[in-house]
Ligand binder design. Structure first.
Ligand SMILES: [Zn+2]
Length: 310
């Protein structure tokens, strides 16, 4: 009989700090999402919620101090979980190494100072590129784990692993997970759980695959309807929170058959995310392996279409 993936659910409210709206609207989305999750935490004793990005907590602290204090209370109670350890869910290709270091220095310092927690996992579900120096920076920031999702959008290469050790330039490793549900905005539907089970690619190493559910991009998080869909079918002890997922995860070095990957990774999507100039700059940063597909797919065709000088 084959081995099946277990798909513990985890609730989030993915909020793009900068995307299709102004910062003031991001700030309102944070206030609405976090306050509604605090209310749901009070109504549903099994509800745990994770949220990343120190900047978002910082805005809440400055602009909505009452909601911020209620979040602080729930962090203390172990129900609301800051994750990621970074100032933002940052890009990895365009920032310099120092910028990436500052992401985790300022992020971890904020979470430590304001909430008394240090994050053990990097949290970049929606980043389009993965710099090869990141494992080293993460380990130096006290982070052993890495979560992402975006590589499932690849339309050139299918990323072959759900759980793997990502090895940086200096040999530093982080145990990495890319949910086989292929979403960070799942709606807690049965079909998503089935997808996680059927799409899990690394069962030889681990059977754990995360289901991240809750309205996202513009925030919101799980609704009471989603929580009620999940909870009747899951025993309380199986409802995952971030800490229990961390606790149950093996240490980075202890999975003997876990696949290892070196160097940088990048989303190879049908929608180019950077200009040619930005890609060339990324190339100059030494990200050859991750920008090559962009260059083949977009830069060369773009150059061919350039008007001639005569
Ligand atoms: Zn996003």
């Amino acid at each position: 009989m084959g081995r099946f993936a277990r798909v513990p659910p985890l609730t989030i409210s993915h909020i793009d700090t900068a995307w299709l709206w102004r910062y003031t609207q991001t700030q309102q989305k944070i206030a609405r999402s976090f306050s509604s999750q605090v209310e749901l935490i009070k109504r549903y004793p099994q509800h745990h919620f994770v949220a990343s990005s120190a900047q978002q907590y910082h805005w809440l602290e400055e602009l909505y101090p009452t909601i911020y204090r209620s979040v602080q209370e729930q962090v203390k109670a172990g129900r609301f979980h800051p994750v990621g350890g970074s100032w933002l869910e940052h890009d990895c290709l365009l920032p310099s190494g120092e910028s990436l270091c500052r992401q985790y220095l300022y992020g971890q310092r904020y979470f430590q100072t304001k909430f008394g927690v240090r994050c053990k996992e990097a949290w970049l579900p929606d980043t389009f590129g993965y710099a090869s120096q990141l494992p080293q920076i993460l380990r130096l920031a006290g982070i052993d784990y890495f979560f992402t999702q975006k590589l499932s959008w690849n339309n050139i290469n299918v990323f072959p692993h759900s759980t793997f050790r990502w090895i940086g330039l200096d040999g530093s490793q982080v145990l990495s997970h890319m949910t086989p549900v292929d979403s960070y905005n799942a709606q807690a539907n049965f079909s998503e759980v089935v997808k996680g089970v059927e799409n899990a690619k690394t069962l030889g190493s681990t059977d754990q695959c995360l289901l991240l559910y809750g309205n996202g991009d513009g925030g919101g998080g799980p609704t009471s309807g989603m929580l009620e869909k999940v909870n009747p079918s899951v025993q309380p002890s199986e409802v995952a929170d971030c800490d229990s997922f961390n606790d149950s995860k093996p240490q980075p070095m202890s999975i003997p058959r876990c696949p290892r990957l070196r160097s940088a990774r990048c989303l190879t999507s049908s929608k180019p995310s950077w200009s040619r100039r930005q890609m060339v700059r990324a190339y100059q940063h030494g990200e050859e392996s991750c920008t090559l597909s962009y260059i083949v797919e977009y830069v060369i065709p773009a150059l061919i279409r350039l008007p001639s000088h005569h």
